[in-house]
Design a protein around this ligand. Structure first.
Ligand SMILES: Cc1cc2nc3c(=O)[nH]c(=O)nc-3n(C[C@H](O)[C@H](O)[C@H](O)COP(=O)(O)O)c2cc1C
Ligand SMILES: C=C(O[C@@H]1CC(C(=O)O)=C[C@@H](OP(=O)(O)O)[C@H]1O)C(=O)O
Length: 387
């Protein structure tokens, strides 16, 4: 069994549809929980005006009855509350030509999908491209990922995230459970209060200069048994699948597993996590591998670090070409975010959860949650190896 999801929708369109398939019956899914993660995804000092104007209005279309999955495909609708204003520009059956022209984007923004989207799909201006390239779609992904996260929680697996750098101001990763918890609730995704003020100053400084920022964040998954994923084929390797999922978050340019790039400079004797006997089994004293060896979970914490590039829409625009006149111009200035790293972290948590839930479902199968949970527990037992 595998899980899959598809979405349809545009950034300023009517909203997003998300259809999820392959979930077992009997999983308790609370819409409030989905709304909580959607609210987290909107967070962040440095997000633009739109976050204040709009709400994520979520409804379930199918697959849930009285709070439990039935085994049927799950459908969710996320309405865009600004749709009526945009209808003349984006109506599926007849737009107002004047309004569509006025909202055309002919000066593509370097760093966004505008130019290549036009070339690829044959559009004369970038409205169609940016509507689907926009990270607004990550709200729909967050819905799917949160259902996966709820499934993982039912198996005793936890997913956490924390921001570790904004605009070059790096901080140390969370060290305690309280710091992870603080990061979860903080609008900056920040594990420690004292680290927030320098980040806010950095965002203010960028905004005043018409600039934007990127940053770094961590995603952690704990409570995993050894043996999810496989080395049997390249596309079953879980490190590749997780990195691919996180790399798909708009703006992410780097993903590191465990000590990642730092391992390259070490000798083997310093780089690997030695295995020691422990009462009833074995243990590790380090986790440089980030919980993944041979394309499989090894039972340690899975730790992934992502780097996000600065937002491409700048108040002080970059040089580009006009798609109609081919003259050198400045890129289109749209309202936008100065920094979206804390939001991207929530999306990455959701996609990491999705990928891990797929691996769990593939490994343990089952039409009912109790079957999946039972087999997952067997895997855990096996992994204990009398630990
Ligand atoms: C939550 C979130 C919000 C974003 N907000 C904006 C924005 O307001 N303006 C913008 O130009 N890019 C924004 N981006 C980044 C673009 O979506 C991204 O840079 C673009 O899709 C190209 O990324 P890629 O080259 O990694 O695919 C945002 C990204 C995320 C994850
Ligand atoms: C709407 C969201 O993010 C949007 C992602 C985005 C982009 O270009 O990726 C551009 C901005 O939209 P607009 O140009 O309409 O202001 C963000 O607000 C969201 O996260 O819900």
């Amino acid at each position: 069994m595998t899980l899959r999801f598809l979405t349809s929708g545009e950034s300023h369109g009517r909203g997003y549809l998300t259809v999820l398939e392959g979930f077992p019956s009997g999983l308790a899914v609370s819409l409030e929980r989905l709304r909580e993660e959607l609210a987290r995804r909107r967070r962040g000092y440095g997000r633009g005006a739109r976050m204040g104007l709009e709400r994520d209005v979520l409804a379930c279309w199918g697959g849930l009855r009285d709070g439990f999955t039935t085994g049927a495909p799950l459908g969710f609708v996320l309405e865009n509350t600004e749709w009526e204003q945009w209808r003349p520009v984006l109506d599926p059956q007849g737009v107002d030509p004047e309004q569509a022209e006025a909202r055309g984007v002919t000066r593509p923004r370097p760093g966004h999908g505008d130019l290549t989207g036009c070339l690829k799909y044959g559009h004369g201006e970038a409205r169609n491209a940016l509507e689907r390239a926009s990270a607004r779609s990550t709200a729909a992904w967050t819905v799917a990922g949160t259902v996966a996260r709820i499934l993982l929680e039912g198996l005793g697996v936890r997913v956490r995230g924390a921001v570790t750098g904004l605009g070059g101001v790096e901080i140390s990763p969370p060290e305690t459970e309280d710091q992870w918890l603080r990061a979860r609730g903080s609008e900056l995704g920040c594990p420690r209060e004292e680290d927030e003020a320098p980040w806010r100053r950095r965002v203010d400084q960028a905004r005043e200069g018409g600039q934007t920022l990127g940053g770094t964040f961590l995603v952690s998954l704990t409570g995993l048994p050894p043996g999810l994923g496989s080395f049997a084929e390249w596309d079953r390797r879980l490190d590749g699948r997780l990195a691919g999922a996180l790399m798909a978050v708009p703006g992410i340019k780097g993903v590191e597993v465990g000590d990642g790039f730092r391992l390259a400079a070490l000798e083997g004797g310093q780089a690997h996590d030695e295995i020691f006997p422990a009462p009833g089994g074995f243990c590790r004293r380090t986790n440089r591998a980030g919980g993944l060896e041979g394309g499989m979970t090894n039972g340690e914490e899975v730790l992934l670090r992502c780097a996000m590039k600065p937002i491409p829409t700048l108040g002080r625009p970059l040089r580009t070409l006009d798609l109609r006149t081919h003259e050198a111009v400045e890129a289109q200035v749209e309202r936008g975010d100065v920094c979206a790293v804390p939001s991207a972290c929530v999306v990455a948590e959701a996609l990491a959860a999705w990928t891990m839930a797929c691996a769990a479902a593939e490994c343990c199968g089952g039409d009912r949650m109790e079957e999946l949970a039972g087999r997952f527990e067997e895997l855990r037992e096996r992994g204990r190896w009398e630990r």
